[in-house]
Design a protein around this ligand. Structure first.
Ligand code: SF4
Ligand code: SF4
Length: 149
């Protein structure tokens, strides 16, 4: 009898805790993003992990990358190919196979130069795997050219 009362009190306490959590979230500000009405709000995409992109070092479309290969070594999916250029440390090739990428961020976190980041490209569509083999240097140049217009 005494045991049954204790069990019932525990169940009631558990119910009250659950209801208090539900009530707290019910009254807190809404976190849902209304797609697509709010998709232009940069805040909505701040944490979105789209395909990688190079961080520009200047307005000319040069990269911060110093070809150290840290990202290549850190990547569990072997998605990245970085080839150092003939002059200086800048890469002459930076290829990224998005079909193999699990968006784990190991490359981003390992980069000592802050040269790569996740893009906020939500509308990337492809009809072949090859279309998702991305040339990040060309992408960087094209973004710089668009911004210069
Ligand atoms: S996010 Fe992960 S899987 Fe994708 S390229 Fe970077 S390290 Fe590789
Ligand atoms: S870790 Fe950074 S600096 Fe080094 S090769 Fe990768 S992107 Fe370039």
């Amino acid at each position: 009898m005494f045991r049954a009362i204790i069990d019932n009190l525990k169940g009631l306490w558990s119910l009250l805790v659950g209801l208090s959590i539900t009530g707290r979230f019910f009254l807190s500000p809404q976190r849902t993003t209304h797609y697509p009405r709010q998709v232009d709000d940069p805040e909505c995409l701040a944490s979105y992990r789209g395909p990688l992109e190079l961080v520009p070092a200047d307005d000319e479309g040069r990269s911060r990358c110093v070809s150290c290969q840290m990202c290549v070594k850190a990547c569990p999916g072997h998605c990245l190919t970085v080839v150092k250029g003939d002059q200086g440390k800048a890469p002459k090739t930076y290829l990224y196979d998005f079909t193999l990428c699990c968006l784990c961020a190991a490359c981003v976190e390992s980069c000592p130069a802050g040269a790569i980041r996740f893009s906020h490209r939500v509308y990337l569509v492809a009809t072949s795997r090859e279309a998702l083999h991305l040339d990040l240097l060309a992408d960087l140049k094209s973004r710089a050219a668009k911004e210069a217009r």
